[in-house]
Design a protein around this ligand. Structure first.
Ligand code: G6P
Ligand code: MG
Length: 227
């Protein structure tokens, strides 16, 4: 039986990918190379410093560790400037309803995001109130696809991995959740997120009934495989 859900933030509950893109692109421009939207796909779900490493690899730039931290801070200042204008209107369609339905249904809710800006975004968009725990980039040592973030969430929410569903939009996040032993619902494109147990395009059509149907169907399939 499912008792808890852990949500990724960027790309699942709010659409911040374009703000990250704007800020990374501004950094690439200032360093004198091109950074495209398809390059940006590689940064989804990846920590800030690893994102910078990928960006520098794209631009074939080699720089010192000290300079790297300066560049990451610069990018983050631009990003924070963008997100400082976010409000509840930036919560993706259907999310508020679904979170409320889960809350009413007695599910425990957690947030598991690589972002160190997660608390600010949750506060500004007024969805912090739904979560029993928030685990973000400041609480973990190993970034996704390592399962640390979801394992921590499961432990804090006091449920077993098989009693937990993770919602993720990034390949690294789906791998992390699978390694933590949870049921995984991908949010986005079926082709990209094909390792998830189920993929939904977004939360517009989502409700607790459908959610329970997905998880029960999966467990019955597991049981049949076992027999
Ligand atoms: C999320 C995003 C990534 C981002 C990471 C770190 O996982 O999908 O694109 O790099 O968080 O975010 P931060 O706000 O700490 O730079
Ligand atoms: Mg994400």
């Amino acid at each position: 039986m499912i008792r808890a859900c852990i949500f990724d933030l960027d790309g699942v509950l709010v659409d911040t990918a374009h703000f990250h893109y704007e800020a990374w692109k501004r950094l690439a421009d200032s360093l004198g190379f091109e950074f495209t939207r398809s390059d940006n796909e590689r940064l989804k779900g990846v920590s800030r410093m690893t994102s910078l490493d990928i960006l520098l690899e794209i631009g074939s730039k080699k720089i010192s560790e000290k300079k790297k931290h300066e560049l990451a801070d610069l990018k983050n200042n631009w990003y924070v400037e963008h997100i400082s204008h976010m409000t509840e209107k930036d919560v993706l369609p259907g999310v508020l309803n679904f979170l409320q339905e889960l809350k009413n249904g007695g599910f425990k809710l957690g947030l598991g995001s690589a972002s160190k800006n997660a608390l600010q975004i949750l506060t500004q968009t007024k969805i912090l109130r739904f979560f029993d725990t928030v685990i973000d980039g400041s609480n973990v040592e190993k970034a996704k696809p390592d399962p640390e973030i979801f394992k921590k969430g499961i432990e804090i929410l006091k449920v077993k991995p098989a009693e937990c569903v993770v919602f993720e939009d990034a390949v690294a996040g789906i791998e992390a959740a699978l390694a933590a032993g949870t049921f995984v619902i991908g949010v986005g494109s079926r082709e990209i997120l094909n390792k998830a147990h189920v993929v939904i395009p977004g939360f517009q059509e989502m409700n607790v009934k459908l959610f329970q149907y997905f998880t029960e169907k999966y467990f019955v399939k597991q049981l049949n495989n076992y027999e």
